[in-house]
Design a protein around this ligand. Structure first.
Ligand SMILES: [Fe+2]
Ligand SMILES: [Fe+2]
Length: 195
């Protein structure tokens, strides 16, 4: 479904997401897209790819879990045995699977940015960092430190990833929740940037 006109392609993706998620999640999607575009400009990343990955990042979030799993299996996207343990992580792989198999997105950078937007991973690409940080710092985010992280996103993606990673690890430990290998890898790679 990739059109020669990038704006048309992006609109096709938006329309598709709009049909699959609630109005609230769709407005989150648009906010993440705006933030991803802004960060792509600041850091010199490809704006089309940043928009595309941001639009599609939560496309599978409201699909029933069985549907998410079958998408993942059919599209053969990377999905570790240990990621299976936490259902909240499925939508990232399922989103990449949907983009690949249904929307025919062929660009691995876009697919990997969708795939890794929840857990992160060690040594992320610029596009992966942008989508992860855009998801944390989009305008619709209202947690207590949101303003601070939004401002810091403009000067250091790593600092935002570090703050998020430190928070997430503490949260998962405190609540005795499963910590996936990629979540740990993100912490090990980026927590040194925490300020
Ligand atoms: Fe997500
Ligand atoms: Fe999101």
């Amino acid at each position: 479904m990739e059109d020669n006109d990038p704006n048309k392609t992006l609109q096709t993706y938006r329309d598709c997401v709009k049909n699959l998620v609630s109005a609230e999640r769709y407005s989150h999607t648009l906010a993440v897209e705006q933030q991803a575009k802004k960060l792509a400009k600041i850091y010199g990343a490809d704006e089309f790819k940043a928009s595309a990955a941001a639009i599609l990042h939560d496309i599978a979030k409201e699909m029933p879990p069985e549907e998410q799993l079958s998408l993942i299996e059919a599209a053969e996207v990377e999905f570790g045995e240990n990621e299976r343990q936490n259902q909240k992580l499925w939508h990232a792989a399922a989103g990449a699977a949907y983009a690949k198999s249904v929307l025919k997105v062929k660009d691995d950078e876009i697919l990997n940015a969708i795939l890794n937007h929840t857990t992160g991973r060690a040594d992320m690409t610029l596009l992966e960092k942008i989508v992860l940080v855009a998801d944390i710092t989009s305008d619709d985010r209202e947690y207590s430190d949101a303003e601070n992280l939004r401002a810091r996103a403009e000067t250091s993606l790593e600092e935002v990833i570090a703050a998020y990673s430190v928070y997430i690890m503490a949260y998962l430990k405190e609540n005795n929740l499963y910590i996936s290998d990629k979540t740990k890898a993100t912490f090990n790679c980026y927590s040194k940037f925490n300020k």
